[in-house]
Design a protein around this ligand. Structure first.
Ligand SMILES: *Cc1c(COP(=O)(O)O)cnc(C)c1O
Length: 246
């Protein structure tokens, strides 16, 4: 059988076990396929096998794969660092949720364009819970203020929070990152802000999805464990210093 189908099955088993261990329903956890560097043919195998939610990190890749994926029904999220000059393209290529909203100037510009076109966009606020400089996201102590400001932009619909945890093979080192995100979610909920839903927690990847599910993840983002190793290091996508990161 195809490697992708087998890998999907094993991810579903892992999700199922993690849900059982933490007393959660499997229906509470969505599997998002992180498809950076993966060619459309391989993405299509996963979509045919029943996956529905995929996400790119770069507008360039979103664009390149768009036509090839048109006949395979799916939902697109965006999980990469977005430059303001790429907003137009993000909206053109049918992205339904920007998971990586991490600064107000980006929110304002998105709002302007959406408002002019009478559209709305779901967003998650990305928080840098690991303290690593190479990771994008608003600082934890600035997250609530950002949520409050973005909430006033009526074309942006805040659905929750996203984080990339500490890069570590040791789950207990990543767990505090996920707890912190959950903690911020609870604080925001207590504020009862208009135009803010806090149902989604997008956290957990190939190596730490069990920990994330135990800590309340509603979306886990999995790449390597389904599609295999990538030839680019993740720093290519995650590092602010890289001028080509878009
Ligand atoms: C690549 C990526 C993932 C998936 O990581 P894997 O370790 O390959 O599962 C998740 N989230 C973001 C933001 C990514 O860039």
């Amino acid at each position: 059988m195809n490697d992708i189908i087998l890998n999907l099955q094993s991810i579903k088993d892992r999700i199922s076990t993690a849900c059982k261990n933490s007393g959660r329903q499997e229906s509470e956890v969505s599997l998002l396929l992180a498809t950076k560097t993966v060619p459309p043919d391989r993405i299509k195998i996963a979509l045919k096998a029943g996956s529905t939610l995929i996400a790119e990190n770069k507008i360039q890749e979103l664009k390149e794969k768009f036509d090839a994926l048109l006949d395979s029904p799916h939902t697109n999220h965006f999980i990469g660092h977005l430059q303001t000059n790429k907003i137009k393209e993000l909206l053109r290529y049918d992205v339904s949720c920007l998971q990586s909203l991490d600064r107000f100037d980006l929110a304002e510009k998105l709002h302007q364009r959406l408002h002019a076109n009478n559209k709305t966009l779901d967003v998650l606020i990305q928080v840098n819970t690991s303290g690593e400089e190479s990771k994008f996201g608003v600082q934890p102590d600035e997250a609530i203020a950002l949520v409050e400001k973005v909430a006033r932009l009526e074309s942006l619909k805040i659905k929750g929070l996203m984080t990339i945890g500490l890069f570590s093979a040791e789950p207990e080192h990543v767990r505090p990152c996920f707890r912190l995100l959950k903690n911020i979610q609870q604080k925001v909920r207590e504020l009862n802000l208009p135009n803010v839903a806090m149902n989604e927690l997008s956290m957990g990847m190939s190596g730490d999805l069990e920990t994330a599910i135990e800590e309340g993840a509603t979306i886990i983002r999995v790449g390597t464990a389904i599609f295999g190793k990538r030839s680019y290091p993740d720093s290519y996508y995650w590092n602010e210093q890289n001028p080509e990161t878009t």
